[in-house]
Design a protein around this ligand. Structure first.
Ligand code: SF4
Ligand code: SF4
Length: 168
């Protein structure tokens, strides 16, 4: 059954601030459970939250993040844009030379039109995987999860629902 989760980013940012201390405490609650138990809870909650939120009404990730790209994705994206890979890289890619990681650098994303991804079926892996809630080891990834908490309504509500489950 769909639940009524708010997705207004200003409201989420405001609530995030007021929950900063509570979120620091969350680590303590997570420590009581095994990593597998936490992951099972998170997967179930994230599925329920995701089914109740329409990303096409949000697109906040595509407006604010710089998705990481695999090397082989760069030429594919250039192709989709009708550009040579070198030209595409120069205009749209930021490379971290120390870590050897490439990112799409334009914000909002160059492939975003209104609130929809124009290359949805062929979007980069890191976009398809976002907001990274179905990866294992949630309890050890809490810091990075909380970086997305005030940016993504799915993350915000998954964490809030998790608190209700753990703290009841
Ligand atoms: S993944 Fe999160 S931030 Fe991105 S569109 Fe969906 S709800 Fe919004
Ligand atoms: S490629 Fe598509 S899904 Fe990825 S950030 Fe750009 S618009 Fe969003």
């Amino acid at each position: 059954m769909k639940k009524d989760f708010f997705i207004d980013i200003a409201q989420i940012k405001q609530k995030s601030k007021s929950k900063a201390i509570e979120n620091q405490e969350l680590k303590k609650y997570l420590s009581v459970f095994s990593s597998t138990e936490i992951d099972q809870k998170v997967f179930a909650i994230a599925a329920e939250v995701s089914a109740s939120i329409d990303c096409l009404a949000c697109a906040n990730c595509c407006k604010n993040l710089e998705p990481e790209l695999k090397k082989e994705e760069i030429s594919h994206l250039a192709n989709l844009k009708g550009m040579e890979a070198a030209d595409f890289a120069q205009e749209y890619i930021h490379s971290d030379l120390v870590e050897d990681i490439d990112f799409l650098k334009q914000k909002p994303c160059v492939f975003l039109a209104d609130k929809a991804c124009t290359i949805y079926a062929e979007r980069p892996f890191s976009c398809a995987d976002y907001p990274h809630l179905y990866k294992p080891y949630f309890k050890y990834r809490l810091k990075s999860i909380l970086r997305n908490y005030e940016l993504c309504p799915i993350v915000f509500h998954t964490v809030e629902e998790l608190k209700v489950h753990l703290m009841k």
